[in-house]
Write a protein that binds this ligand. Structure first.
Ligand SMILES: NC(=O)c1ccc[n+]([C@@H]2O[C@H](COP(=O)([O-])OP(=O)(O)OC[C@H]3O[C@@H](n4cnc5c(N)ncnc54)[C@H](O)[C@@H]3O)[C@@H](O)[C@H]2O)c1
Length: 309
């Protein structure tokens, strides 16, 4: 059987190159097509990959292009303007919208019968995935914004206060990948058992989670978090192409879930009995609903501000 084809846009960047490396090193094979800002940036990656062969692996990786979108199983959008120190994710909206615009226009031309998926990583991720969703003919379950890092960080923060392993924690952060994040502290489980955090521990968890981006910014390194992000995207690609059951959130256009319509917000994703991906709808408490509506309203305004593709 032909391996799934993954096209990565922004392949020479931190996230793009880490993801390409994970995919070509994965136990299950992928055909990986790379698109960079310049052909040379991709040629450099291919020269690097070539020398892996004596280690026993001949990577299936090549130059990619927009003409290869229609036969890709997954298109990952991770191109961006150069990172700047201490700016919020939203500050890059105009520059990044301009960067992804030509690719989005090509994706918008893909037939509505296309069976592939788009994973948008470029920030602000909810806004850009929502912008694409508004203009592409692709089903909402097939355009996903990458927002799982917040949930992963929440699980780490909860594990820290409970003194347990992060892999034993089930906890979810939904809403915006940004300041309007909605951590669902009412749904925490550790080793399968419901956990009620005391006020002090809740504060510790929220300070840890909400302070992550600022702590990272203070390091002054012009780097995002490519290892977590590429690891998360690689897991999503695995689940998408190999029928796995998601344990992740993604920014997906809602169609009535949580009382919201036509807006991309981070929500937990599941696989239906018919195999499609769909949004999980949980009953939230009132402050969580209010926070989610606030996040949705901010995201919608920002998508509106971008106008037509
Ligand atoms: N959603 C998330 O959780 C998450 C996590 C990490 C990073 N990000 C975002 O992902 C994006 C990429 O992050 P990064 O760390 O890889 O940044 P980076 O600066 O290392 O990489 C961006 C790459 O895009 C390339 N690029 C620019 N214009 C291009 C074009 N027209 N065509 C193809 N490639 C082009 C650049 O040359 C660069 O190689 C950023 O917007 C970042 O904020 C999102």
């Amino acid at each position: 059987m032909k391996p799934p084809k993954v096209t990565i846009i922004g392949a020479a960047g931190g996230v793009g190159s880490a993801l390409a490396h994970l995919l070509i090193s994965a136990p299950e094979p992928y055909e990986v097509a790379l698109i960079g800002r310049s052909p040379e940036s991709v040629t450099g990656l291919l020269m690097d990959a070539e020398s892996l062969a004596p280690l026993g692996r001949v990577p299936m990786v090549a130059h990619g292009g927009t003409v290869g979108f229609h036969d890709s199983d997954v298109i990952v959008v991770a191109a961006s303007v150069p990172l700047a120190a201490r700016v919020s994710r939203v500050d890059s909206i105009v520059g990044n919208a301009g960067t992804v615009h030509p690719y989005f226009c090509e994706i918008a031309k893909i037939s509505a019968n296309w069976n592939g998926y788009v994973i948008v990583v470029t920030n602000p991720v909810d806004v850009l995935s929502g912008w694409l969703q508004r203009h592409a003919r692709i089903d909402r379950s097939r355009i996903l914004g990458y927002s799982w890092n917040d949930t992963l960080r929440l699980r780490v923060a909860v594990a820290r206060v409970l003194g347990t392993e992060a892999s034993d924690v089930s906890a979810w952060a939904i809403g915006e990948h940004g300041d309007a994040l909605v951590p669902l502290l009412s749904r925490i489980r550790a080793n399968g058992t419901r956990v009620q955090l005391c006020a002090r521990r809740r504060d510790e968890v929220l300070t840890d989670l909400r302070g992550y981006y600022a702590r990272w910014g203070r390091l002054g390194v012009l780097r995002t978090t490519p290892w977590t992000t590429a690891g998360g995207v690689a897991r999503m690609i695995h689940d998408i192409t190999r029928g796995g059951v998601p344990d992740w959130t993604a920014s997906m256009a809602l169609d009535g879930e949580y009382g919201l319509h036509d807006v991309n917000v981070g929500i937990p994703v599941t696989r239906t009995a018919r195999g499609a991906l769909s949004a999980v709808e949980w009953k939230l408490d009132e402050p969580e609903y209010t926070a989610l509506r606030h996040a949705a309203s901010l995201i919608r305004q920002r998508v509106d501000s971008l106008g037509r593709l």
